[in-house]
Design a protein around this ligand. Sequence first.
Ligand code: HEC
Length: 176
Amino acid sequence: MPSLFNVFARKSISDRKSTILSGKNGGKKVMKLWKFALVLATGLTFMGTLAFAAERDVNIPRVPPDQLDAAKAMKNPLPATPDVVAKGKAVFEGKGTCFTCHGMSGKGDGDAGKALDPTPRDFTNAKFHELRTDGEMFWVIKNGSAGTGMIQYNPTMINDEEAWQSIHYIRSLKGK
Ligand code: HEC
């Protein structure tokens, strides 16, 4: 952020010089420019604070190493039919309350997720889908992801079947 600020600050200094050179109203224009620069800098600083929280590196599995093989081996017992995907969407946007953090879009931009660090996983990210098995997702829904806002949702909010359904729905968000 400081480097960006410098870029804008430098720009307004050069603008200021050219404004002074350009005529009698130069003084007023300079004031406007400095006010503009101040608003811009405040805005950028604010954006900087928001951008601070980020998603955790998708390359690192969420399941602890000693349980990873077993989790990966779990297969989704349900077929990815339109009916099952629709049921998963209903869980995601209803009973499971997943959308409050992961967003209706699945991009991790839900209202309740905005304050979380790490931020909720973006389910449209194709890389995420390549790296995770359904079994790993099931494990996370059942056990939570330690040290994050992703707590256990099965069996507290949803059952096994609904978890598998929601995973098929999450899969359908890939690349959207
Ligand atoms: C309170 C906010 C919140 C809610 C509600 C929530 N999640 Fe999450 N979820 C998170 C966060 C934060 C992460 C990122 C965790 C991490 O990076 O380890 C995450 C990550 C995940 C992951 C990916 C884990 C991985 O392997 O990277 C899955 C799958 C998931 N959530 C499924 C769900 C489902 C299904 C629901 C609804 C039943 C749900 N989440 C509800 C916050 C939430």
